[in-house]
Design a protein around this ligand. Structure first.
Ligand SMILES: Cc1cc2nc3c(=O)[nH]c(=O)nc-3n(C[C@H](O)[C@H](O)[C@H](O)COP(=O)(O)OP(=O)(O)OC[C@H]3O[C@@H](n4cnc5c(N)ncnc54)[C@H](O)[C@@H]3O)c2cc1C
Ligand SMILES: NC(=O)c1ccc[n+]([C@@H]2O[C@H](COP(=O)([O-])OP(=O)(O)OC[C@H]3O[C@@H](n4cnc5c(N)ncnc54)[C@H](O)[C@@H]3O)[C@@H](O)[C@H]2O)c1
Length: 444
């Protein structure tokens, strides 16, 4: 059995797979995965979350169109919605494995750990390689409090057979907000417990404040400036409390206060691979402190957002470095982000906060677009689109949107920012009318 490879990839998620497929065009490649082939995004992240969100979007539209001739109400049948999600997720691990094997990539299921500089052990077998790519991702973080083991995480939420009647989320980032919105729309009583006053700290505050109201209208209850210090079980359910007098009894509680890098099992000191607070330290070429070893995706200690397209971009970048088709330091394109709530908030490029802090450099154009045809047609209750311009060049440099179509709007605006497209150039393009794209010139 072959045990030496040109490159060994540790982790079969979006980052590792992007690297492996590109490398396999010219190299012998082994991928090691210790859990679900395909990684977080398709098994217990982006994709299953958005399968559940499909029903939420439909209910939201039905709700807002009630006064416009759409009669009747729908509700979510959780077990059926979960079956719909599972139809998708159950195919992922085998499909991923078959895809890799068809591309001539060797695969091993097991936990990889280093035993020396270029030596990796999986189970009883030792493997060597000229290069390694660590793409082991992240795991949900549980708070260091009494009773923490009673808390569940997004992994369990996205695979619940039955929706508990009363749910708490600890944290108010992407995961808490997206899952709380799904649970509340599906009929649960939902509480969000946040240690400060801010939700979704990377998104514009004016928009997150609107989102709080929108979620409250769905029945979500926020407990701000509240830190849970103890969790325990009673016959009535799980009790979350703190010494300041906060007590909440729920049927299930989910920790959503961030994720940490999967590095503990890798025995990184054996290969002299340095780590920081947020994972594996890498240079501008994504090389770790060991020149044979690269790291990509969520496991990396870098400021870029931890998102699937970022992991894939880094995977392809490292493969091209190893195939010597690119030797430049990594240069990221614009990275749009969306929180899939009701409505969505999306942004790309220069942030609203940066623009507000630098008024001499940037001009902000914040428009309430609720009454524009596009938003009125779907009875959007409150839509805001903010565009940001460089004062010197008058070029579009950033955008943020608060609407049910924010994800698509930001997908249109991202290339306009990237290509420095002017308003005049936009009027030379014919888009389908009426559609979100035919509004683009009005954001200038
Ligand atoms: C609930 C949720 C929703 C999300 N929604 C979105 C979204 O809407 N859009 C978006 O862009 N991103 C989203 N993300 C983030 C996205 O899932 C990650 O950014 C992406 O999966 C990172 O890819 P990766 O390859 O770096 O890591 P992962 O996908 O985590 O893959 C790493 C793999 O390595 C394996 N592994 C770990 N240790 C070892 C070891 N020692 N040996 C062998 N294998 C190992 C793991 O089992 C895992 O399969 C979401 C995440 C979560 C949790
Ligand atoms: N739509 C998307 O693209 C999407 C969706 C879900 C997840 N993700 C990715 O997954 C990552 C992890 O998501 P997340 O929501 O777990 O993390 P996050 O970093 O987005 O949010 C963590 C939240 O927990 C709060 N918090 C931290 N410590 C706390 C404590 N002790 N008590 C109470 N609250 C506390 C923070 O203030 C913050 O609100 C995201 O950063 C993102 O990269 C992306």
């Amino acid at each position: 059995m072959k045990t030496h490879f040109d490159t060994i990839v540790i982790g079969g998620g979006p980052g590792g797979l992007a690297a492996a497929y590109r490398l396999a065009e010219q190299q012998s490649v082994l991928v090691v995965e210790n859990d679900l082939w395909g990684g977080t995004c398709p098994n217990r992240g982006c994709d299953p979350k958005k399968m559940l969100y499909s029903a939420v979007e439909a209910i939201d539209h039905q709700h807002t169109l009630q006064s416009s001739g759409l009669v009747g109400t729908s509700y979510i049948n959780w077990p059926q919605l979960m079956a719909f999600k599972r139809q998708y997720t159950t195919q992922i691990p085998d499909g991923t494995l078959n895809g890799l094997q068809s591309a001539g990539i060797r695969t091993v299921t097991g936990t990889a750990h280093f035993i020396a500089d270029h030596h990796l052990r999986v189970g009883e077998t030792d493997y060597t390689a000229d290069h390694f790519i660590i793409a082991t991702g992240q795991t949900p973080t549980l708070p260091a409090i009494e009773g923490r083991d009673l808390l569940q995480t997004s992994n369990q939420f996205l695979d619940l057979d039955h929706l508990p009647a009363k749910i708490a989320f600890i944290g108010a980032g992407y995961i808490a907000i997206e899952l709380a919105n799904i649970a509340a729309t599906a009929g649960a009583e939902v509480h969000i417990i946040q240690h400060n006053k801010r939700i979704l700290r990377d998104f514009p505050e004016a928009m997150t404040t609107e989102l709080i109201t929108s979620l409250q209208n769905k029945g979500v209850q926020f407990h701000f400036e509240t830190t849970v210090t103890k969790v325990y079980e009673t016959t009535k359910g799980l009790v979350l409390n703190n010494a300041g007098g906060f007590t909440l009894t729920v049927d299930a509680a989910f920790a959503a206060l961030g994720r940490h890098a999967n590095i503990d099992e890798l025995n990184l000191p054996a290969a002299d691979i340095a780590t920081g607070h947020h994972g594996i330290q890498v240079d501008e070429h994504l090389v770790s402190s060991n020149p044979r070893v690269y790291a990509i995706g969520d496991v990396v200690d870098r400021p870029q957002p931890k998102l699937t397209p970022v992991a894939g971009f880094e995977g392809r970048y490292v493969a091209n470095q190893l195939l010597q088709t690119n030797s430049d330091p990594i240069a990221y394109p614009l990275i749009p982000h969306t929180v899939y709530a009701s409505p969505q908030i999306s942004q790309a490029g220069v942030s609203v906060q940066t623009a507000q802090e630098n008024p001499d450099q940037y001009r902000l154009n914040q428009q309430t677009t609720t009454n524009w045809y596009t938003f009125n047609r779907i009875k959007e209750p409150n839509a805001i689109v903010t565009t940001i311009f460089d004062r010197q060049t008058n070029q579009l440099v950033g955008a943020a949107a608060y609407t049910t179509i924010a994800e698509e709007l930001i997908n249109y605006l991202t290339p306009l920012i990237k290509n420095h497209t002017t308003a005049a150039e936009l009027t030379d393009t014919i888009y389908n009318y009426p559609s979100p794209a035919s509004d683009l010139k009005y954001y200038y």
